[in-house]
Design a protein around this ligand. Structure first.
Ligand SMILES: Nc1ncnc2c1ncn2[C@@H]1O[C@H](COP(=O)(O)OP(=O)(O)OP(=O)(O)O)[C@@H](O)[C@H]1O
Ligand SMILES: [Mg+2]
Length: 433
């Protein structure tokens, strides 16, 4: 006998090992006749292991003995998972046959070694067909885009449209990780991908809001671990979509609470910084291949200064801010053009023409914002002719950046729009030059 359960509180199981204690992130099996597995979270002196009841199994009791499994959580890898929908443990949840026992598996915690002198190749722009994204936040291979916004402002719709547009045009491999969001949305996406025959290039991982915080905090990592294998062994370029990255931190925070950790001053778990880093650093490119990611970031109570939102945002190359004020005006996608930013909007990446246009557009939009408050007081007719002309141009630009989404067609009957980058640039030139 190696270990025994000393106490159980919520999903946390305190076990004592006389000898041969397990390692952190190792699985241990409960001898309860059901083979319940627990995951070691951390160790304390005296052979004490704090374990997590990963499947919320209620058939465990104080006094049950434990056995080391000498392995951690391992997800299946390789072609057998393409077209499949998996949970945080890599078990299929799509009702299709089990994944063969002999396919190679990968411990989700193992981080592949990083190369030191990896030069990022020349930036390669992928067209999304969405004007506001292609223009303000170019979608560059191997980089990260964050779609940030409060509840119901259109993060999921925009992500779905991106999946639809990019997955359809490229032959690449897409991963989708559903983290702590509505179950219905996962189903809808799965149905849409099947209808459009896109599942053949897609692998989905889900731990939605019905799952326990352990699985919700693991799902992004499980999906990343599987994606890394395709990048490193098959040298693939991968598109990685996550909805919603905020829920990962929220799940980590819930877990921290049940582990009796003292929160930091922002009200989150004390490890929030490393929690964000661990996942974001793995969602990266190396000399083998690339991972390009689109991540939604929920903003609790529309407070953009929330520490979790800030930490995640800092890891992004481009940030699309969706705003309730703009959504209320009926503008879709409800992008706040003054706050949306990208470190990739440079002449080297997008070329001189696009870059110069972006500078002009940004200054017009800023002018529009300040003129708006003046107009509210003195009226549009009192503006100088130059200001009035700029104001009119900015208004046209804002309308120009709206477009219908293909993924909304089955709800509203309006066909979606797709614009090449060239069409987008031309439409802007027509307005401002
Ligand atoms: N581009 C769009 N065109 C038309 N309708 C839209 C668009 N974006 C969002 N909507 C409408 O707003 C609703 C909410 O959008 P969505 O589910 O994308 O919000 P969200 O930001 O993901 O919200 P949550 O934080 O709750 O997940 C949609 O169901 C749809 O009716
Ligand atoms: Mg959503």
């Amino acid at each position: 006998m190696a270990g025994v359960i000393a106490s159980i509180k919520d999903l946390v199981v305190r076990a004592v090992f006389d000898s041969d204690p397990p390692g952190v992130f190792e699985l241990v099996k409960v001898n309860n006749g059901f083979g319940t597995e627990l995951l070691v979270d951390h160790l304390e002196p005296g052979g004490i292991a704090y374990c997590l009841n990963i499947r919320s199994d209620i058939r465990i009791m104080k006094g049950h003995t434990l056995e080391r499994m000498k392995r951690g959580i391992e997800v299946p890898t390789g072609d057998s998972i393409i077209g499949r929908v998996l949970n945080a443990f890599g078990d299929p949840i799509d009702g299709l046959p089990e994944i063969a026992a002999d396919v190679p598996r990968k411990n989700i915690i193992t981080n592949p070694p990083r190369t030191e002198n990896f030069d990022i190749a020349k930036p390669e722009i992928l067209e999304t067909g969405i004007k506001v994204i292609d223009f303000f936040t170019p979608f560059v291979k191997g980089r990260k885009i964050g779609i940030v916004g409060g509840a119901g402002v259109g993060k999921t719709v925009l992500t779905m449209e991106l999946i639809n547009n990019i997955a359809k045009s490229g032959g690449g491999l897409s991963f989708f990780s559903g983290i702590g969001e509505r179950i219905r949305e996962g189903h809808e996406l799965w149905d849409t991908l099947k209808e459009n025959d896109l599942m053949k290039n897609t692998c989905m991982f889900f731990a939605q809001m019905n799952e326990n915080p352990i699985q919700r905090s693991m799902i992004g990592i499980s999906a990343t671990a599987a994606a890394e294998v395709f990048r490193d062994e098959q040298h693939k370029d991968i598109l990685f979509f996550a909805d919603n990255m905020y829920r990962y931190i929220q799940a980590k925070n819930e877990l921290s609470t049940i582990l009796d950790q003292v929160p930091n001053e922002g009200g989150y778990e004390p490890t929030i910084f490393s929690d964000v880093k661990i996942l974001q650093d793995r969602l990266s490119s190396n000399e083998n291949g690339s991972i390009t990611s689109v991540q939604t970031i929920y903003v609790p109570a529309d407070d953009i200064s929330d520490p979790a939102v800030q930490f995640i945002q800092h890891e992004m190359d481009s940030i699309i801010i969706l705003s309730r004020k703009i959504a209320e005006q009926g503008i879709r996608p409800a992008v706040d053009l003054t706050l949306t930013t990208s470190s990739l909007l440079t002449p080297e990446v997008v070329g001189d023409r696009h870059y110069m246009l972006s500078v002009q557009v940004q200054s017009l939009i800023q002018k529009y914002e300040s003129l708006k408050s003046i107009i509210a007081i003195i009226g549009e007719n009192e503006l100088s002719p130059a200001d009035r002309s700029d104001y009119a141009k900015a208004k046209k630009l804002i309308t120009n950046f709206t477009q219908n989404m293909t993924v909304m067609t089955k709800h509203n009957g309006v066909p979606g729009d797709f614009f090449t980058r060239e069409q987008t640039l031309k439409s802007i030139e027509e307005i401002i030059i």
